[in-house]
Design a protein around this ligand. Structure first.
Ligand SMILES: Nc1ncnc2c1ncn2[C@@H]1O[C@H](COP(=O)(O)OP(=O)(O)OP(=O)(O)O)[C@@H](O)[C@H]1O
Ligand SMILES: [Mg+2]
Length: 260
């Protein structure tokens, strides 16, 4: 099971849109077995897969709190063949706070240990993270092989990128030497100076940027969010859906290459 963290300290850069659409495309187009982990107390990925429940006690929070959580109880089927999900709700807030003060057991490796028993059941695990660096996000990074950083080119595009890179570097050093930044994914791309200069700025700093960008596709993306459907299903021919499909092909090419 190849584990991917979709992460950025910035809010609203399309982390959840990317996680949900990658999962859908990997499962439906590429016939991969995918586990989505919602690692955001907002539960937006859970909502898109129609599995969000404020009263649910069998969520990702258990992976933080329990020594050997029963994943069969936590993993939910979705309406899509090949996609299962571990959901999140506000329980994750308390789970994070409790983990930080629970120094009796290692705090950073809980996801890694919890996910190990299902490694043979899935080809990919996609973790959708909150715009933060908290204990459950550190857990996601310790468990991950790849990091994908969505970037939305506005005037604050690079806020937090240095802090995030520093954290990733530290986790690589302390816990997970396999962790790599697969790349930044430009989302909501518009062909204008701000976008093109921003991409140039990232590349000049040696940050890998995926060649495939996701076009800003205002109406369809918002409609798909309201409909609670992955964009690639709601409007498979719209610009952003097409771009996500090509992006997944590019990403898969990169990991095959890295594995070879
Ligand atoms: N390619 C796109 N074109 C137009 N709108 C988009 C595109 N991608 C995402 N959006 C919109 O941007 C908003 C933020 O997207 P999303 O929720 O995926 O971001 P996020 O990074 O997960 O946010 P948060 O930090 O709150 O978790 C949503 O309203 C979504 O519909
Ligand atoms: Mg989100």
């Amino acid at each position: 099971m190849h584990i991917i963290s979709i992460i950025s300290l910035k809010g609203g850069v399309a982390k959840t849109t990317t996680a949900v659409n990658m999962a859908y495309i990997l499962a439906v187009v590429h016939k991969k077995r995918v586990l989505v982990v919602d690692n955001d107390k907002q539960g937006n990925a859970s909502k898109t897969f129609k599995r969000y429940d404020t009263g649910d006690r069998d969520t990702v929070a258990r992976m933080m709190l329990e020594r050997s959580p029963d994943l069969a109880r936590i993993i939910r089927k979705t309406d899509y063949e090949g996609i299962d999900i571990i959901t999140a709700n506000m329980d994750l807030l308390e789970a994070n706070l409790r983990t930080v003060v629970d120094t009796g057991r290692q705090q950073q490796t809980r996801f890694k240990k919890a996910l190990a028993p299902v490694a043979g059941d899935y080809d990919f695990c996609i973790i959708d993270n909150a715009p933060d660096i908290n204990m459950s996000i550190i857990n996601a990074l310790v468990a991950s092989d790849d990091v994908i950083i969505p970037v939305f080119m506005d005037q604050y595009s690079f806020d937090g990128l240095d802090i995030l890179s520093g954290q990733i570097e530290q986790i690589r050093e302390d816990f997970n030497e396999n962790l790599r930044i697969a790349g930044c994914l430009v989302t909501q791309y518009q062909n204008n100076d701000v976008n093109n200069q921003g991409i140039g700025f990232l590349m000049a700093r040696g940050i890998k940027v995926f060649g495939q960008r996701i076009r800003r596709t205002e109406r369809k993306v918002n409609e798909s969010t309201i409909a609670g459907l992955p964009l690639a299903l709601y409007s498979s021919r719209c610009g952003a859906a097409q771009d996500y499909k090509k992006f997944v092909v590019e990403y898969l090419g990169g990991i095959n290459h890295a594995d070879a």
